[in-house]
Structure formats: C-alpha cells, structure tokens
Design a protein around this ligand. Sequence first.
Ligand SMILES: Nc1ncnc2c1ncn2[C@@H]1O[C@H](COP(=O)(O)OP(=O)(O)OP(=O)(O)O)[C@@H](O)[C@H]1O
Length: 593
Amino acid sequence: MSIWEVFKRLRPFVRPYRKLILFALVLTLVGALTAQVNPIVLRYTVDTIEEMQKNGWGVARGAGLLALISGILFLKEILNSLIVFGQRFYGEKIRISISGDLADTAVGRILTYDLGFFSSQTNEKGKLQSRIDRGVEYLTRLVQSFFIDLLPLFANSVVALVVMFSANFYVGLVALSILPLYFWVSYKQAEKLSGVRRTLKGQREDKSNGLINLIESIQVIKSFVREPYEATKQFRVQQLLMGSLLKTRQTNFFFDGLKSFLEQIGVVLIIILTAYLVLDQQMSIGAIMFHILLFNNVSAPIRQLHRIYDEMNDALTYSESFFDVLDRKEAVEHSGSYQVAELAGAYELNDVSFTYPNGNKALFNVFMTIPKNQTTALVGLSGAGKSTLINLLSRFYLPDSGELLLDGQPIAAFDLPNLRRNLGMVFQKNHIFKGSIEENIRYGKMEATQEEIQEAAKKAYLHEQVMALPKQYASDAQMLSGGQQQRIAIARLFLKNPPIIFLDEPTASLDAIATEQIKNSLDAIKEGRTVVIISHSLSQIIDADQIYVMEKGRVVENGTHQALYEQNGVYRKIFEASARSLNLDKMLESMRK
Ligand SMILES: Nc1ncnc2c1ncn2[C@@H]1O[C@H](COP(=O)(O)OP(=O)(O)OP(=O)(O)O)[C@@H](O)[C@H]1O
C-alpha cells in the first residue's frame, strides 16, 4: 500500500472534519508568523542598545526601549499561548474524533463477518485486537501530523528562510544548503528502519496474543505447574521484541546524532559568516543573534519533519493490516431476502459436504431429514461432526456442496436476522457477557419485563439461587458457577422462545438434580418445536423421535432408538458403552434392594 492509497482510504474519515482542520491550519500558520517576532525584536534591541551605548545614553533614556520590547514580547506571548491552546485543542478534537470513527468502522465491519473470519489463525483474538488498535493509533497520528502539523511546519521554515535571504543572500544560502543534507540523512534513516518496522508489528501482535492466551489459560497453567514454561515462552517473545526495539533506537540515535551534528555545522557556518559581515561593516552586531534564531526556525521544523516521515512509515505498516480487516468482503455474511414470521424447522440435507476455512474436511455427503416439531438426536464419538452440522443448520457456515433446505427453501436464501430470530441455542460452554445476571438473561429478549426475566429464570431453575445472592439479579454473571451459567443460557432460550432449538450437550455442566430439573423444563419447551440435540446422556437420546449416528463426518445409521438398537451397529456399540460407563447393573441391583 502506498502512502497515497492510505490517504485515499482516509479521505472519508477526514472529510467530516475539514472545516475544523482548516481552522486549526489557519491558527498554526499565524503561529508560524509570530515565531519570527523574537529574532526581529532581538536584532532591533541589540542594535539599538549598541547605538545608545555609542551615544553614551544612560538607563533612563533606554527605559522607553525596554518598555516597547517588553510590550511587544508580552503581547506576542499572549497571542502565542492562545494560538497554541487553540491548535492543540482542535488538533486533539480532530484526532480523537477520527480515531473514534476508525474504531467504530472496524468494529461495525467485523460484526458483519462470518465465523470463518474469526476462527482463522491470522485473526486470533490478540492479533485482531492489536491490528485494529495499532491501525487506529498510527492512522490518527498520521492525520494529525499530515493535516495539522506538516503544513505549518513547512510554512515556518519557508518564512524563516525568506527572512534570512532578505537579510543576506549568502546567509540564506548556507541555511538552504544544509537542508538537502539533512533530508538525505533522514531518508537513509527511514530506509534502515523500514525492515525492522514490519518485524516489530509481527512481534507486537505475537506478544499481545500470547498475553491473552496466558490469561485465559491461567487455571490450566497453574494446575500443571507450567508457570516457568509459560514465562519462558512469553520471555522469548518479549526478548525478540526488545531486540527489535533496541535496534530501532540504536539506528535512531545514530542518525539523530548525525543530524544534530549537521545542524551545529550550520550554526557555526552562520556565526562565522555573519561575524565576517559584521566586521566588514556590512551588518550590525544584532545580526548574529538574528541569524542564529532564524536558522533555528528553519531547522526546528525540519527536525519535526523526520518525526512525520517516521509516522508515515509506521502508518503504512499498520494501515495495510488495518484496512485488510475492513476489506474482507468475502467474509461478510450474505443475507438472502426470504422472510417468514415463524419457521417450522423442517430441514432437508442432500449430499452435503463441508470444509472449514482452514482446510479441515468435517462433513462428507450427508443426507438427513429433520422433521418439524420433532426431536432429532445426533449421536457419535468426538470429532464425528455433530457440532459442525449444527453450525450448518444455524447457517454459521454454508456447505461446500450439496443442498441444505429449510422449510423447502435453500438456507442461503433466508434473510439472516429473520432466520436467526427463529433459532435458539444452548451449548456445553455458553458465553456469559460482562454484566449482571439480569442483563445476561435479557439478551434473549431485550424488551423483556422484570417478570418475564424472572419467569424464564424460574423455568431454568435459576431463580431461587439468584435470590439467595446478595445483589440478586444485579450480581455479576461471570462470577457464577459453570452450571449456573448454563442455566442462564437456558433462561435466555426460554425468554427468546424460538420455534427451532439446537441443544449441544445442554446439561453437560449440571449436577444430577439440576440435569433432571432442566430435562423436565426442556421436555416442556420441546412441545410443538423442532429440536436437534447432541448429547452423551442416554436419557436424552432415547427420548428423541429419531436418531442420526455420525462417524468421521458421515451419517452411518439413522432410525428410532429401538430400531437402531436392534440393528446391532455403531449405535448399539455407543449405547452399550454408555450403559456400561453408568454401571447400570450395580445401579439396578441397589435400586432393587
Ligand atoms: N472452527 C473449526 N475450524 C476448523 N476445524 C474445526 C472447527 N471446529 C471443528 N473442526 C473440526 O471438524 C471436525 C468435527 O468437529 P465437531 O466439533 O463437529 O465434532 P463433534 O462431533 O461435535 O465432536 P464433540 O462431540 O467432541 O463435540 C473435527 O475434526 C474438528 O477438528
């Protein structure tokens, strides 16, 4: 991506603030002019005092001069303070607003992407966060530097140069001749740093990803006493990052030193030249200070130019991956237009195959009929493809090939929000948002009343437990136990009340009593709805109207419990293994006694 492409991409973000930018620019241009006041006043003072000394005037006669100088400098400082305040404040306002807009756009965009985008390796949590954060940070810095700082800096330099040339052509020439050298050194510096910048970006993403993983895995790390191992892993990433940072600093220090040296050579040359001109009586003594201050006005902005050049390069490195996040058009979930108020939930899968974006082939030639208003159970060993199938039925992914119909329509034809409003899901591990229990249940129906929320919690056998908490429904939901969190997910489902329900191990984290309670609730909600359930619990499978048995991404058997049992195949093997794991013989023996 070239810098012009970056600016083209930034245009829509900058446009709304163009008036504000213009105002900030005018302010800084006025600032550039006031910056030339000091050298002029100083030359006038030195020359006038010298004149006075020659004439033998005392302090009393010089008082007028002092009052005049103080007045001018004082007024100039007041004006300057106002300008600096205005420039900083409006500059910051523009920066903060653009940064907010960029971040909002990125968040808005990624929310439209499909699950494939989020499960890809390049978009792991920490990496994606770092790409967006750094992208926004460097792009806004670029806007600030380019639109607010750069032009006034140039103006300042040019004004100072013009004043120098008008004072004396040769002095102006010395100042001007230092500039190309200065630019050349800056260019070399940037060239040296460009490679390190990309490496730094990758290392920063790795670091932030590593840190998030570490926090999320803290319990496992501690239980295996792997703190030293994890610390070493993180230390290595940090070491690499530190190495690159140090290299950057080293390069910067070397080139900055070189530039200071050039600047000092400029100062010395100007002093020598002006001193010669003063001695040759071509100039007054005040010109020495005048020229040095002017040269400072030329070189100080140029020094800043290097910073802007640096920021431009940083922005280039980070904007590429930032805009890449915005540009993933192929990841946008495409919604169809087919809408119905309430779906029945009859699915038909004909020869459906599916591969995850990372290349994992998960389903092969699946044929399946899921009748409406009935319960269909999916059975199979781990990795058989059961959850993947639910991902397809909920249209989180589309099949690679084959036909997936819902109520007779291809699933891709459905309006997505309309479709998902008709679906309810409870997983083994359910997401609990940061916030209160009430907020978390309300996710099922945003406009729900307190009564509706409590009613849903009662059905999920959660109400009494919540009432026993000190802050009741206002308690932090993330502090609840795994089983309680699962009940929140079930309460959400009751509140949403959809016609199609997917249950992926819905009672996995519940104790025996709760499992029975929730089973009763789910049995009640199953009435008149289409339910697809994945469960390792025999009781929930036996109850299903029909069962599909999956193995390695294929459907290998299907039928009712009794028919499959008698078939003496994969289902029977799984069923008997489950029964043995329950130690049914001993259980029955105890119950008989
Ligand atoms: N997000 C993903 N990206 C890539 N591959 C995936 C993803 N999720 C699952 N898979 C792969 O798809 C295959 C089927 O996984 P799936 O989760 O559907 O099995 P499952 O039958 O539900 O297993 P379990 O009972 O253990 O939950 C596995 O090989 C798995 O590695």
